[in-house]
Write a protein that binds this ligand. Sequence first.
Ligand code: ADP
Ligand code: ASP
Ligand code: MG
Length: 405
Amino acid sequence: MLIVKKFGGSSVANAERIKHVAQTIVNSYNEGNRVVVVLSAQGDTTDELIEKANEINPNASKREMDMLLATGEQQSVALMAMAIQALDVPVISLNAFQCKISSTSNYSNARIKDIATERILNELDNKKIVIITGFQGVNRSLDVTTLGRGGSDTSAVALAAKLEADICEIYTDVDGVYTGDPRVIKGAKKLNEITYDEMLELASLGAKVLHNRSVELAKKYNVNLVVRSSMTDAEGTIVKEETKVEKMLVNGVAVDKDVARISLVGVKNEPGVAFKLFSVLSKEKISVDIIIQSIGRDDKKDISFTTTREDLAQTLSLLDQNKERLGFDSVSYNDRVAKVSVVGAGMATNPGVAAKMFEATFDAGINVNMISTSEIKISILVDEKDADRAGNAIHDKFIGSGVEI
Ligand code: ADP
Ligand code: ASP
Ligand code: MG
């Protein structure tokens, strides 16, 4: 079998973990498998590198940030190769340049375009274990790019798709996908299986157990994807097209704290204002999530929307630069908010879900600032300090209690 195994930061955090993982990899190789390994940077390395950069220049260009951040993964692959060499097994580490992982140009959030598999297949034919840097690509100018935080999952799935691997195993610090973040949601239950669509929704709403683009790719190329623990042998969660288990109304709860709310107060109540506003933002690749617009009174209205916290400063400065053109009175913002979502197929057709969700937040005394619904999820915006409590209350209501509506 050709197996792609991806290990996240905590799984390779120190020498002991690296040696443990090296043994797992070698065991799989000794069973006769062709093994490709994708690694993240060790532990908190990526965060530490960002801090280091901020000490020197908080406005450093994204190109230089990527140049710096990509070094974290490169350390991991070399160290892992050394650990496997110590076990006397043939191995080679490769970075994105060496295995030609080409990406779009946008630094810090690039997408993988293609991977030239020749080098990797050659090394596998030479009976080597191949260890590849996650999270990085190379753009048209031959510069290093990164794929967005958590992007190593996407590197692994892209490699599995391109190499037509039999399985792509994502090893992490929990033993599978749960109905909520097991570190936050007390009653979170492990799922044996989840569909690509449900997983995609959870990942996009902030369940960082898988990078959302990795799920998109897995669905597109029908990659056999498993999330499991690097510390225990527990069976993980299989992510696939269709699951055997009976459809639950709610599959999970996600809490996303990487959210900022921005409000434009006193916008002119005339056609084209929202168009102008959101095209200014989209030109700069700022993605906007929840949007609400107040009903106009007199000739003015208010528009509120959310972005990631990372994009907040740039958004505020764009609004300032375009104040005259957009014609608003003032801007207010809050970067201490969070989004709590419930995800599940068939929600749109079940009018009870929204009521039940608001009953949960009401019972917990939590104020809801914004609401957004779609076919498959309902999201609310709450104060960050209430987010975990809201997540737990909503999870208890739908899943913890085990009662279906
Ligand atoms: P890695 O470094 O292995 O990539 P991450 O920290 O990116 O690990 O992702 C694993 C973490 O995702 C877990 O430690 C857990 O706290 C969090 N998480 C959030 N939502 C979920 C969920 N629904 N199921 C499992 N883990 C979740
Ligand atoms: N090291 C990168 C990060 O911390 C990529 C990853 O872990 O997947 O975001
Ligand atoms: Mg991750």
